[in-house]
Design a protein around this ligand. Structure first.
Ligand code: HEM
Length: 237
């Protein structure tokens, strides 16, 4: 799989199949999200929700598979050797763009997961069509406790599996602990978000637009990275 991904690509003079496929799919997923935004704007709540669900699930399956096959993607795979430009461009342009891209990807994922569940909580179905419910939307203290305990339970199961299956699970344990801590932090931020945007429908519209803008910025930064790596400053080796 790794050898196939490293074969010469078809888009750029010095790209690889892995980079090209990854880039094309990133464009496809972003366009699907933007179409879903257009549907919501036209008050097509059900089509919007279906397209968001299908594209989110396929995006996650693809990225997990791809990053697994490519051992953490552009940073580790290309590294400094993959970038053929001068040091000052590498430090002052390439690395800041790539870092911004990675931060946006993490933020985008957090927002997208939050929005998916918020979308269901903030909607009602009328004659098979999803409509946003105007009015205060709050999580009950009982539900909040269940959410927190579920996150803790999932972390405990993963940790037990790591201890049982890996010789030295230290690195993976830290990574998973950080991931679950982030999930718990985001879930507890809900209390703050409820205070700032008490109306569930307004919350969905405002945070949904923020999510869509983040997705668009992810595409812009990945395009910049792709152009720098494979068109402007390809590797000299
Ligand atoms: C990543 C997940 C999601 C994002 C980013 C998102 C984003 C948005 C945005 C930006 C709007 C407002 C459009 C505008 O006026 O500019 C919207 C409206 C809406 N969303 Fe979502 N949404 C997501 C998931 C969901 C889900 C899962 C559901 C339902 C289960 C849903 C149901 C709705 C409905 C019913 C509207 C109102 C459409 C109307 O105005 O009639 N959304 N969404």
């Amino acid at each position: 799989m790794k050898t196939l991904l490293a074969e010469p690509g078809f888009l750029a003079p010095s790209g690889t199949i892995g980079a090209d496929v990854s880039y094309i799919l990133a464009v496809v997923f972003t366009v699907l999200f933007l179409i879903a935004w257009g549907m919501a704007k036209k008050a097509q709540g059900t089509r919007h929700h279906k397209l968001i669900l299908v594209s989110m699930v396929s995006m996650i399956v693809y990225f997990v598979g791809y990053y697994y096959a490519r051992s953490l993607g552009v940073l580790s795979f290309e590294g400094r050797e993959g970038f053929g430009g001068p040091d000052d461009v590498y430090e002052n342009v390439f690395i800041p763009v790539l870092t911004t891209h990675l931060i946006l990807v993490v933020l985008g994922l957090i927002f997208a997961f939050y929005m998916l569940s918020q979308g269901f909580r903030a909607s009602k179905r009328v004659d098979g069509e999803y409509l946003l419910k105007e009015g205060e939307l709050k999580i009950s203290p009982r539900k909040f406790k269940i959410v927190m305990l579920t996150i803790f339970g999932c972390w405990a199961i993963v940790q037990v599996l790591l201890l049982a299956t890996r010789g030295n699970p230290m690195g993976a344990s830290i990574a998973y602990a950080l991931i679950f801590a982030t999930v718990a932090l985001v879930a507890s931020l809900e209390k703050l978000i409820e205070k700032l945007l008490p109306d569930g429908a307004k919350r969905h519209r405002v945070l949904g637009r923020v999510t869509m803008v983040i997705f668009a910025m992810i595409l812009i930064t990945s395009t910049a990275t792709y152009i720098m790596l494979y068109f402007v400053y390809p590797s000299k080796s």
